[in-house]
Design a protein around this ligand. Structure first.
Ligand code: ADP
Ligand code: MG
Length: 248
């Protein structure tokens, strides 16, 4: 069963007098264990799609299933529960709380899980800080950390609730190339070792090439779906125009 299924989803925003169509008839399934890139130019709908997949935003039309459950009929509390226990988020600008230390930032989402004791929370936080290589920086505040270190804190925070799927919106866009690569390597290692599913958006070709599933977006629609086999992309759906990038 897919972890996330998006079925014929459209999203229209009202902007003053105008309607802006951010997504139009998007259908997508995310199978457990994939390392999926959503690629497309700025404004193509990547963030809107990730937000809808993560139940931070709701579609104007269509349905979203998380773990086989339709989320559209659920109350805000039930949705918050789904988010807290199933989905982790990583953002381009890290979105850490500036007044909290690295370990407090990682602990933060655990405060929503009442079954965990203080000792269990501490143990989990220590485990995930170690996983991202930041044990020595536990007491540092975000402004005492580099961009790459901040994104590592965000990765630990996304995983600490034992999320099954991590949604990352342009996680490397604010990092230099080498740091971005190390963040991507870390995500890939966690994907392969722990089986955590990752869906990340990007417009960087090097980043999309690291994925094993590729979703191409253009003007709010999916124009191609790719799967990597023996290092080569195979496209199962391809509605790209000839002038689009021929490679991937
Ligand atoms: P991407 O992440 O690929 O850059 P977005 O999903 O952010 O694309 O945006 C898709 C389209 O929807 C764009 O035209 C954008 O301007 C519009 N849009 C996104 N969010 C809003 C909003 N809250 N209000 C109005 N328009 C929006
Ligand atoms: Mg975006």
């Amino acid at each position: 069963m897919p972890i996330i299924r998006v079925e014929d989803v459209s999203k229209t925003y009202r902007l003053g007098e105008q309607n802006v169509t951010a997504l139009e008839g998007v259908s997508l399934t995310v199978e457990p264990g994939v390392f999926m890139a959503i690629a497309g130019p700025s404004g193509s709908g990547k963030s809107t799609l990730l937000n809808i997949m993560g139940c931070i935003d709701t579609p104007s039309k269509g349905r979203v299933e998380i773990d086989g459950k339709d989320v559209s009929g659920q109350t805000p509390d039930a949705l918050a529960e789904v988010r807290a226990r199933t989905i982790g988020f990583i953002f381009q600008t890290f979105n850490l709380l500036p007044v909290l230390s690295a370990e407090e930032n990682v602990e933060y989402p655990l405060l929503q899980l009442p079954e965990l004791s203080r000792a269990e929370r501490r143990e989990r936080v220590a485990h995930y800080l170690a996983m991202v290589g930041l044990s020595r920086y536990a007491r540092h505040r975000p402004n005492q950390l580099s961009g790459g270190q901040r994104q590592r804190v965000a990765i630990a925070r996304a995983l600490v609730t034992h999320s099954r799927v991590v949604l990352a919106d342009e996680p490397t866009a604010n990092l230099d190339r080498r740091t971005g690569e190390s963040i991507l390597n870390l995500m890939r290692d966690i994907n392969q070792n722990a089986g955590t599913t990752f869906v990340f958006s990007t417009h960087d070709k090097r980043v999309m090439n690291r994925a094993d599933r590729l979703v191409r977006m253009e003007d709010g629609q999916i124009t191609a779906l790719g799967m990597k086999r023996d290092g080569n992309w195979i496209f199962v759906q391809d509605r790209r125009k000839p002038e689009d990038d021929p490679e991937i």
